[in-house]
Design a protein around this ligand. Structure first.
Ligand SMILES: [Zn+2]
Length: 344
């Protein structure tokens, strides 16, 4: 009986060595150790043994069972390791592969300039006001002292939508709307950035659509010197501490007196060059004291209140600041142009 047990052990180990997979292993477990397996079969003969032999054979049988069980367990672990290894191989991610580049956007140069101008004026206590681009004739012209038959309307060929509606030709209507909203309260201290539209033929310096920023201040005792100081401070923050400005008399229907404002040429610093036509000065914006009639229409008594207003073209500021020679560059969406501003 002892020999049969040892033969069984030898057979089991040999078969187990050749086992190929987990299913096969399970079949062998049943075959050798199962209830109807080979070991049980041999042990059925224990009844015929003497009392001395029984514990000895029992011990051998336990050893054989233990040896086979241990071998099956080792095999099973080996299969599991293989399975894990195989799955890891299949699911490997190659972290050394270069990633797909992601295109990163950047603010448009005009938006950057608008932001910069806004920041400077916000620093001086202004708030930003906005209004609609499709505007009533009343806000765009009439309330700004430009009645229907006013010759200055010719200065601004307009896109009319109906008799009474047009694409705004300036951001000044936002000033009128703000005055209405404030209902005579002071101080008014706003800047109004936005798109405006004129029936211009596009060329290097003109576009049918461009951007303006206007400012309006109303309070008691606002003087021309306040306007000059404000604009000088703005130019110095925008273009450098050495900037100077000069005021030349001009005419706008909504201001009185009106002035054109020149600034030191950024190119030559005032000594004269091709850009400034040898004058050392660059014309940069229009301004003036708010016309009493405009104050009145806006609900402010011109006997008690005064104010100043100014307006500038964002494209012109951007062209001077960055040395851009053609306004059309801003609208043609050429990435070679736009990307130069991405890191500024
Ligand atoms: Zn110059």
């Amino acid at each position: 009986m002892k020999e049969r047990l040892q033969a069984l052990r030898a057979e089991a180990l040999e078969k187990l060595q050749q086992v190929k997979d987990a299913n096969n292993l399970n079949e062998l477990r049943v075959k050798f150790l199962g209830k109807k397996g080979a070991l049980t079969e041999i042990l059925r003969g224990m009844g015929g043994l003497s009392a001395e032999e029984r514990p000895l054979i029992g011990q051998v049988a336990n050893e054989v069972r233990g040896a086979i069980e241990q071998y099956i367990e080792e095999k099973q672990e080996a299969f599991q390791r293989e399975e894990t290894e195989r799955r890891l191989q299949a699911e490997t991610i190659d972290v050394t592969l270069p990633g797909r580049p992601m295109a990163q956007g950047a603010a448009h140069p005009l938006q950057k300039v608008i932001q910069e101008i806004e920041d400077i004026f916000i620093g001086m206590g202004y708030t930003v006001a906005e209004g609609p681009e499709v505007e009533h004739d009343y806000y765009n012209f009439e309330a700004l002292n430009l009645p229907k038959d006013h010759p200055a309307r010719d200065m601004q060929d307009s896109f009319y939508i109906t008799e009474e509606l047009l694409m705004r030709t300036q951001t000044s209507p936002v000033q009128v709307r703000t005055m209405e909203k404030m209902k005579g309260e002071v101080p008014v201290k706003i800047i109004c950035p936005g798109r405006v539209y004129r029936r211009d033929d596009d060329d290097a310096t003109h576009s049918f659509m461009f951007h303006q920023i206007e400012g309006l201040v109303i309070d008691k005792n606002i003087r021309m010197s306040d306007l000059k100081g404000t604009l000088l401070q703005f130019m110095r923050e925008m273009f450098g501490a050495h900037m100077q400005i000069r005021l030349r008399p001009s005419f706008f229907p909504f201001t009185e007196p009106s002035t054109e404002v020149d600034v030191t040429c950024m190119k030559c610093g005032g000594s004269g060059c091709r850009i400034c036509k040898q004058t050392g000065w660059i014309e940069i914006l229009g301004a003036g004291m708010v016309h009493p009639r405009v104050l009145e229409m806006g609900g402010y008594d011109p006997e008690n209140y005064t104010g100043f207003a100014f307006g500038m073209g964002v494209e012109r500021i951007a062209m001077l600041k960055y040395g851009v020679d053609d306004i059309r560059h801003f609208y043609t969406n050429d990435l070679r142009f736009l990307q130069q501003f991405a890191r500024m």
